[in-house]
Design a protein around this ligand. Structure first.
Ligand code: KIV
Ligand code: NA
Length: 276
């Protein structure tokens, strides 16, 4: 498989499942590459799992760019998607295009993602027209946490589900190469997936999406502040890290580390001269 691109992701619909994982730095990108992940999303979840904020609202363009550059340096085949942070695309179409462009030009990402339905269609159209692939994101949109009143399942009523379907169709029509569906009932995601000409990427949206995305730290057990039901943890690296770090600290205190094998010797003559 060659380099993943946004058109290749779009073309995968109906042929194979698309694997997406968030990544925030070079080391994580290398690990995900080795695992054969298709798409690395530098999510604004960075705000929470890397920077320690309680929601995604306060991460800035500069902070996102810093991490997008690092992920791009570690990605070989995977498509790097940069998540547009809160207020980087809502204020005006012109600002949206300028900020999206920075993620390709300065960040070396291959695409951007932004949250919202019909209300962001003008931005999507303009960004796509500038040659920048866009991934949509509907359902639970964490940048709306203040308006939503918390992180909770969306589209539970027939009316809300119908609105979500219309929003997803509008995003595809505006040129999105895929749409993230977050935290909605499985049957709603299945219906949207059938209706859309482009892939759906689910998170908390059941098994019938065209692809799945999870947060790196959630998959590996590195973040314990929030544990949504839709997360499946595949390793306990956080616990293993604490055990390893405890051993290291104990070894330093007990004088077990460093040993002779970790210590650079000195030529005896040079040493004698130095000590004389
Ligand atoms: O920021 C993020 O990690 C995301 C994914 C969970 C879709 O937007
Ligand atoms: Na996000």
């Amino acid at each position: 498989m060659g380099k993943m691109t946004a058109p290749a992701v779009a073309a995968a619909k109906g042929t194979r499942r698309i694997t997406v994982l968030t990544a925030y730095d070079y080391a994580a990108a290398r690990l995900a590459e080795a695992a054969g992940i298709d798409v690395l999303l530098v999510g604004d979840s960075l705000a929470m799992v890397v920077l320690g904020h309680e929601d995604t609202l306060s991460v800035t363009m500069e902070e996102m760019l810093h991490h997008v550059r690092a992920v791009a340096r570690g990605a070989e085949k995977a498509l790097v998607v940069a998540d547009m942070p809160f207020l980087s695309y809502q204020v005006s179409v012109a600002e949206a295009v300028a900020n999206a462009g920075r993620f390709l030009k300065e960040g070396r990402a291959g695409a951007v993602k932004l949250e919202g339905g019909r209300e962001v269609v003008p931005q999507v159209r303009a960004i796509v027209a500038a040659g920048i692939p866009v991934l949509g994101h509907v359902g639970l949109t964490p940048q709306h946490v203040a308006a939503l009143g918390g992180f909770r399942v969306q589209s539970k009523t027939a009316e809300a589900a119908a609105k979500l379907l219309e929003d997803a169709l509008a995003l595809a029509e505006a040129g999105c190469f895929g749409v993230v569906l977050e935290c909605i009932p499985g049957p709603v995601a299945a219906r949207v997936t059938r209706a859309l000409p482009v892939p759906t990427i689910g998170i908390g949206a059941g098994p019938d999406c065209d692809g799945q995305v999870l947060v790196f730290h959630d998959v590996l057990g590195l973040y314990d502040r929030l544990r949504p039901r839709f997360v499946k943890q595949y390793a306990e690296l956080g616990q293993q890290a604490v055990e390893a770090l405890t051993q290291y600290a104990d070894a330093v205190r007990n004088l077990d580390f460093p040993g002779p094998e970790h210590t650079f010797p000195m030529d005896p003559e040079a040493l004698a001269a130095f000590l004389a």
